[in-house]
Design a protein around this ligand. Structure first.
Ligand SMILES: Cc1ncc(COP(=O)(O)O)c(C=O)c1O
Length: 426
């Protein structure tokens, strides 16, 4: 039977259940020595000096901003296309948020737009390595150096990515990483602050250590929710649960996923459970996951390269940009082609779930004054679709995704414009 392929696939350590059970048995579910071990291993992997765990990536970001002691009322520049929670926490930290447009070919901040957005009040910039592709760090660091700006890299999507051979997260004064379920390293929540200076690290640590430890039940619940997500996105289960809703919607024209993302999500930047420490069990999963990270990255990249090879010759199709000197880890694989909504519909009807917006065009959110500022690059980038290339796809599933996407695109091109498919055999 043909099963449906979900847009989401988490990276799950095969020994997860044993790791969790062992933490419980040792009485180290919430507090324990693996937190420090994870921080050390993470810093060592990056070649960075200081890494400090946090309950979420956005909280790591908030603590970094506080620790850098950027005066209240200063301006901070973020890309117009990013997750809303990051600029919102910059605001909570007392800063004024400005957005610089992104390059629609890379989805990352356009250095020329950054330069245009700087005023005499600007004190910091956040290059976000969106979807796993490093930003143009030479250009951004040059601009930041000339204007004396602090640089805080948003690496939530990009653990494992490199720029000129150096891991992202080591270029700025600080960097945040996220360990939510779908992120490159899955700890069922959690985040990491990486900072260059010892004094800044100490200030981040003081803020983290001032927080309470989480409740054991709450962490057990996060693990359970992650496990359920995993079960519901398995092809055999997804085919009979989430997928039928999407399939019916493809005929009725409703968009339940967009509704959930844009209309009814909570825009509270600091829910209660965010202001607590990272648990030992999550750190233990992270520590174990670091050993598998390169394998997961390689599997994802291999699926993405198969997609690039199969789609790159189609006219009017933009596949993700593989820049020289930048290693893309494809947290999301974004492509643009003709008739976006028709493409999504066709793919869903053939059992391949795709997504149309994974982050926010912040310049369009009421939260940030909406419509007042222009970001045509972000508007264009938001027209891309995201197709599954995650590590847990089998090669056979990956070939099927490639074939379905290619055929859906080819159907929208004049026959003469579609070269015979190369290397797309299922
Ligand atoms: C680009 C980006 N930055 C930061 C974050 C925040 O990470 P967390 O959810 O761990 O706070 C996210 C979350 O998805 C994100 O997409």
């Amino acid at each position: 039977m043909l099963t449906a392929i979900s847009r989401y696939g988490a990276r799950v350590h095969p020994a997860t259940q044993q790791i969790v059970a062992a933490c419980r048995e040792r009485g180290e579910f919430i507090q324990g020595p693996q937190i420090a071990a994870f921080e050390q291993a993470f810093a060592a992997r990056l070649g960075a000096h200081h890494a400090i765990t946090a309950s979420y990536g956005r909280i790591a970001f908030y603590f970094i901003l506080k620790a850098l002691q950027i005066p209240a009322g200063s301006e901070i520049i973020l890309p117009a296309l990013t997750f809303w929670g990051v600029p919102e926490l910059a605001r909570v930290a007392g800063l004024t948020v400005r957005f610089a447009d992104v390059d629609p070919a890379t989805f990352c901040m356009d250095p020329a737009a950054l330069e245009r957005t700087i005023t005499e009040k600007t004190r910091a910039v956040v290059p976000t390595h969106l979807y796993g592709l490093p930003c143009d760090m030479d250009a951004i660091l040059d601009i930041a150096g000339r204007h004396n700006l602090a640089v805080v890299e948003d690496c939530a999507h990009a653990l494992g990515a490199t720029y000129r051979g150096r891991p992202v997260g080591t270029f700025g004064d600080g960097a945040l990483f996220s360990f939510q379920t779908l992120k490159p390293l899955n700890c069922y929540g959690g985040g990491m602050a990486v900072v260059r200076e010892a004094t800044v690290a100490e200030r981040v640590r003081q803020q983290v250590e001032a927080l309470p430890w989480p409740d054991e039940k709450r962490i057990a619940n996060k693990l359970l929710v992650g496990r359920l997500q995993r079960i519901f996105t398995r092809p055999r289960v997804f085919t009979f649960t989430g997928f039928p809703i999407l399939w019916v919607s493809s005929y009725t024209g409703s968009q339940p996923d967009v509704y959930l993302w844009e209309k009814i999500r909570s825009l509270n930047p600091l829910p209660e459970d965010y202001l607590e420490r990272c648990s030992n069990v999550q750190a233990t999963l992270g520590l174990a996951g670091l050993d598998l990270l390169d394998g997961w990255t390689a599997a994802t990249r291999s699926h993405a390269h198969a997609m690039n090879a199969a789609l790159g010759d189609l006219p009017g199709v933009q596949v993700p940009s593989e820049q020289p000197e930048r290693t893309h880890v494809y947290y999301q694989y974004c492509l643009s082609g003709p008739d976006r909504d028709g493409l999504v519909r066709d793919c869903i009807r053939r059992g391949v779930d795709t997504e149309t917006l994974h982050v926010d065009v912040c310049t369009r959110l009421d939260l940030f004054g909406g419509e007042r500022s222009e970001a045509p690059g972000a508007d264009r980038a938001a027209q891309a679709i995201q197709v599954p290339v995650y590590a847990s796809l089998t090669d056979q599933q990956s070939r099927r995704v490639v074939r379905v996407v290619r055929e859906a695109i080819a159907r929208r091109l004049p026959a003469a414009a579609t070269p015979p498919s190369q290397g797309v055999s299922v």
